[in-house]
Design a protein around this ligand. Structure first.
Ligand SMILES: Cc1cc2nc3c(=O)[nH]c(=O)nc-3n(C[C@H](O)[C@H](O)[C@H](O)COP(=O)(O)OP(=O)(O)OC[C@H]3O[C@@H](n4cnc5c(N)ncnc54)[C@H](O)[C@@H]3O)c2cc1C
Length: 276
């Protein structure tokens, strides 16, 4: 909040509760501004396709974490109060091995879960999340179940995860070893709450915002110049996860600074043309 105050004093106007594409169109934004920076991140959760995945008690990481954050801020969160998004006294299974999964396991422990297990289909050395955070999570009581993937779920209200054990096979084109199923190794891991933390993908911004002309990559991320962060639409820049795909805070900060420089250059150029 202090940082927000500083930015406001510096002349930034925050327009809160404004969903671009719903509360204002991209065309309207363009008409009102000389430059636009798209920095909307990636928030479309990757989904699992496995029998029983629709059972009550199987939730998306972003919903679980958002509810927990909002509760900490003192907001009313009916799904948390009703128990659906609260891990207290539950056997929690988190599926995934990235930073989001780490946030989920540690949040669940602090909410007073009976047990917290993290299923990841590769081994410890090959997980994308921070190794230090794994160690911290283990110290807090989280159990990591390596080389394990969900095959399905039992119960209408979730009762268990059918776990399939894996081994690491030959490397793929990127050099990363591909997990392979070990036939006949299935077992059921008891669970009252399953949190899916399988990563995020970009929203289809050209479609959502009705800007057909905005170029995206084959992964759906916005195409932008590596240095200036300019997109193919004049005056429109893009930075952070919406360009890189799910990435890290440090990269988003660096992109933002570079894009700000490029936007200032654009204005300086326009001012010079006007003066001539
Ligand atoms: C659960 C989780 C855990 C993470 N853990 C780590 C970590 O430990 N370390 C690390 O370095 N990185 C972590 N990351 C990644 C990191 O948060 C991102 O790389 C970084 O925040 C990207 O910055 P950004 O500015 O591109 O987008 P974001 O920080 O995601 O900001 C995008 C903003 O745009 C808003 N927005 C989206 N669509 C619209 C719209 N249509 N209209 C208006 N506003 C919109 C969103 O509400 C959001 O406020 C984590 C991400 C998640 C989701």
């Amino acid at each position: 909040m202090r940082r927000n105050d500083q930015l406001e004093k510096g002349g930034v106007e925050f327009v809160l509760n404004c969903n671009v594409g719903e509360d204002i169109t991209f065309d309207e934004l363009q008409a009102k501004h000389d430059a636009i920076l798209i920095a909307t991140g990636v928030y479309k959760s990757r989904e699992l396709d496995a029998p029983g995945v629709g059972a009550e008690g199987i939730v998306r990481a972003i919903d679980y974490l958002t509810a927990s954050n909002r509760k900490s801020f003192g907001d009313e969160v009916p799904e948390f109060d009703a128990g659906l998004l609260d891990a207290e006294n539950k056997r929690v299974v988190v599926i995934g091995g990235g930073d989001t999964a780490m946030d989920c396991v540690r949040t669940a422990i602090r909410q007073g879960a009976e047990s917290v297990k993290c299923l990841y289909r590769r081994d410890k050395a090959n997980m994308p999340g921070s190794q230090r955070e794994v160690q911290n999570a283990e110290e807090e009581g989280v159990e990591f179940v390596w080389l394990s993937a969900p095959k399905g779920f039992t119960g209408d209200e979730v009762e268990g995860v059918m776990v399939q054990k894996m081994r690491l096979g030959a490397p793929d084109a990127t050099g990363r070893q591909v997990p392979e199923l070990i036939e006949g190794s299935d077992y059921v891991e008891g669970a009252d709450l399953v949190i899916k933390a399988l990563g995020f993908e970009p929203e289809d911004l050209p479609k959502l915002w009705g800007v057909d002309g905005l170029e995206v990559t084959r992964w759906g991320t916005v195409k932008a110049d590596f240095k200036t962060h300019a997109t193919n639409v004049p005056g429109v820049y893009a930075a952070g996860d919406i360009v890189r795909g799910a990435s890290l805070v440090v990269w988003a900060i660096r992109d933002g600074r570079e894009a700000a420089d490029a936007i200032l250059d654009q204005f300086a150029g326009a001012a010079q043309v006007a003066a001539e």
